[in-house]
Design a protein around this ligand. Structure first.
Ligand SMILES: *[C@@H]1O[C@H](CO)[C@@H](O)[C@H](O)[C@H]1NC(C)=O
Ligand SMILES: [Ca+2]
Length: 252
């Protein structure tokens, strides 16, 4: 099972230098562009990432600056910062950089290309990568939501959080093979009706919040959440209802 982790940034700085004219224009304006990296969400219009600040975004931040300075030297800088679970080793990364002039008709551009590739990070035993989305471990043993949460955390993971229809499809198929119900990492223990993930993120912003019709219906008696094999969500008791569960370990 080998996940190839890569990112690729291409910056085309349109110098619009015609074929004959070699003299660079002094103090070209500094364009800053944001480009998608990998498949995760991308932070909008990231400024150059300062090492003085803590990175707080849940998305990948990319900042690229490319310019010619007053003496005509080409200068480029690229920063990429993405969230990563604490304590995960990165492994050896290989980095390839190239720089070339590209012509298209009588327009000319300068292209900087950065390519990074590294092996997958080690994962706990029995976690399997599904669809490039994350590493999952199915637990067929029936536990309460609170017990299941602890088992996942003790393994270094967390109760599964659904971030897309694609991910929900994987987990609902697991639910079908594990008795029809899977506990997921969402609850409203802190404020009734305000469902949040085990990381504290509001359910509505996770990317998947499809409740079964007439759910959630448990009020203060049902503060934890499961998914059915239908893919729909339900609230249930955190300590009395015992079901199978899935632990998740994020990629990278
Ligand atoms: C332009 O950048 C080059 C390379 O960093 C540097 O040597 C040169 O002094 C710079 N020119 C000006 C005018 O800042
Ligand atoms: Ca319910």
């Amino acid at each position: 099972m080998s996940l190839r982790w890569w990112l690729s940034i291409m910056i085309a700085l349109a110098g619009r230098l015609s074929a004959g004219s070699q003299a660079p224009t002094a103090a070209t304006p500094v364009p800053t562009v944001t480009v998608p990296v990998n498949t995760g969400p991308v932070a909008p219009a990231a400024a150059p990432i300062s090492s003085q600040q803590c990175y707080a975004g849940g998305a990948t931040a990319v900042s690229v600056v490319s310019r010619q300075n007053a003496s005509g030297h080409w200068l480029g800088d690229a920063w990429v910062e993405r969230p990563a679970p604490p304590g995960r080793p990165l492994g050896a990364l290989s980095l390839h950089l190239s720089h070339e002039r590209r012509r298209c008709g009588d327009a000319s551009t300068v292209v900087m290309h950065l390519k990074l590739e590294g092996p997958p990070s080690p994962v706990p035993p029995d976690y399997h990568l599904f669809g490039g989305l994350g590493y999952y471990k199915a637990h067929p043993e029936r536990l309460s939501w609170l017990e299941a949460k602890k088992v996942c955390e003790d393994e270094g993971g967390h109760l599964v959080i659904l971030n897309s229809q694609e991910e929900a499809d994987i987990i609902k198929n697991l639910a079908a093979s594990l008795g029809g119900v899977i506990l997921v990492g969402v609850h409203d223990m802190f404020s009734d009706g305000k469902f949040v993930t085990v990381h504290g993120e509001p359910l509505e912003t996770t990317g998947y919040a499809n409740w079964k019709q007439n759910e959630p219906n448990g009020g203060k008696n049902e503060n934890c959440v499961n998914i059915y094999a239908s893919g729909l969500l339900n609230d249930l008791s955190c300590d009395k209802s015992k079901y199978a569960f899935v632990c998740e370990y994020p990629p990278l």
